[in-house]
Design a protein around this ligand. Structure first.
Ligand SMILES: [Fe+2]
Ligand SMILES: [Fe+2]
Length: 280
C-alpha cells in the first residue's frame, strides 16, 4: 500500500507531457527571423542555444530529488516536469541544429557554459542545487510570462520559431511552481530559505545573463552588419514596448515579496495558457 505523505502541492491542475509536439524548421532560411532585426533574432537564438544546457541541469536536480518524493503527491509533478523539460530540450536541439546549418557556430561559448554548470553541480549540495533550480525556473517563468502577456502576437517572426517559443513558454507557465513545491516539501520554507534563494538568484542570474550576452555578441559577429536603428528598436522592445525585460524584472523582484504566491493570478495564467495552447 502506498502511503500518501502530506506535501505542499500548489499546481492547480494535472500536468501533461505533450510528447507528440514536433516542430519542422526546414522552412527557416535565415537566422534573422524576428522583425528582420539582428539583435531581437539573436536574443531568441541565444535563449534556444542555452536551453538544452540549462534544462539538463534542472532535470538532473529533480531526478536526484525523485527518490525522496516517492509516496508524495509531488511524485507525479516531478515526473511530468522532467518529461516537459526533456521535450523542450529535444525541440530546441532541432532548432539549434537548423541554426548551425544556417551558419551559426556557438560551440565554444556553450562548452564554456557546460563546464561552468558541471563545476557548480560538483560542488553544491542537493539543497543548493534545488535552490538554483527554483530560482532558475522563476527567471525562465518571468521571461515566458512577459512573452505571453506582451504583444508577442504582433511580433513579426517566422511562424515555426514563434510556435516553438509560445509552446515552451506556456509549459513553463504550467509547471512554474513544481520545483518550489519540491524544495519546500524537502527543506521547508522561511527566512533562511528565502535568503538562500536570493543569494542563488543573484549567482544564477549572473551566470545565465553573462552567457546569453556573450552568445548574442558571438552570433552578431557571425551575422550581417546591423542596420541603422536596429539596436534602438531592440532596446525599445526590451525596455519599453512591450518591455520584455522590464516585465520580466518586475516578475523576478515579485518573487521576494513576503506575499508571493506562484498562482496568485490563477485565472489570468490559465487564460494565457489556454489561449496560447490553441495558437501554438
Ligand atoms: Fe523548459
Ligand atoms: Fe521549466
Amino acid at each position: 500500500m502506498t502511503t500518501i505523505l502530506q506535501s505542499i502541492r500548489s499546481t492547480p491542475f494535472e500536468l501533461q507531457v505533450r510528447k507528440e509536439t514536433r516542430f519542422d524548421f526546414s522552412s527557416l532560411n535565415t537566422a534573422i527571423h524576428t522583425e528582420d532585426n539582428v539583435y531581437t533574432s539573436h536574443f531568441f537564438n541565444a535563449l534556444s542555444l542555452v536551453a538544452p544546457l540549462t534544462e539538463g541541469m534542472l532535470i538532473r536536480a529533480i531526478r536526484k530529488a525523485q527518490p525522496m518524493l516517492e509516496g508524495s503527491e509531488l511524485a507525479n509533478d516531478a515526473k511530468a516536469f522532467i518529461g516537459q523539460e526533456a521535450i523542450h530540450t529535444r525541440e530546441h536541439r532541432a532548432f539549434n541544429k537548423r541554426l548551425e546549418e544556417l551558419g551559426l557556430d556557438a560551440k565554444a561559448t556553450l562548452e564554456e557554459m557546460e563546464q561552468g554548470i558541471r563545476e557548480i553541480e560538483a560542488t553544491k549540495s542537493l539543497q543548493e542545487h534545488l535552490a538554483i533550480v527554483v530560482t532558475g525556473e522563476h527567471i525562465i517563468y518571468s521571461f515566458t510570462r512577459a512573452l505571453l502577456a506582451s504583444s508577442h502576437h504582433h511580433l513579426e517572426q517566422h511562424d515555426t520559431v514563434r510556435a516553438l517559443f509560445i509552446w515552451h513558454a506556456l509549459e513553463e507557465m504550467e509547471h512554474q511552481s513544481v520545483c518550489d513545491d519540491i524544495y519546500k516539501h524537502l527543506y521547508g520554507k522561511g527566512a533562511e530559505h528565502r535568503l538562500l534563494y536570493f543569494r542563488t538568484l543573484t549567482s544564477t542570474g549572473n551566470l545565465l545573463g553573462g552567457i546569453v550576452v556573450k552568445l548574442i555578441r558571438s552570433l552578431l559577429a557571425q551575422s550581417r552588419e546591423p542596420k541603422k536603428g536596429e539596436l534602438r528598436e531592440f532596446i525599445n522592445w526590451l525596455v519599453r514596448t512591450p518591455g520584455m525585460g522590464t516585465i520580466a524584472t518586475k516578475e523576478i523582484i515579485g518573487f521576494f515579496s513576503p506575499r508571493f504566491n506562484h498562482w496568485s493570478r490563477l485565472e489570468e495564467d490559465q487564460k494565457l495558457i489556454s489561449i496560447h495552447l490553441k495558437s501554438a
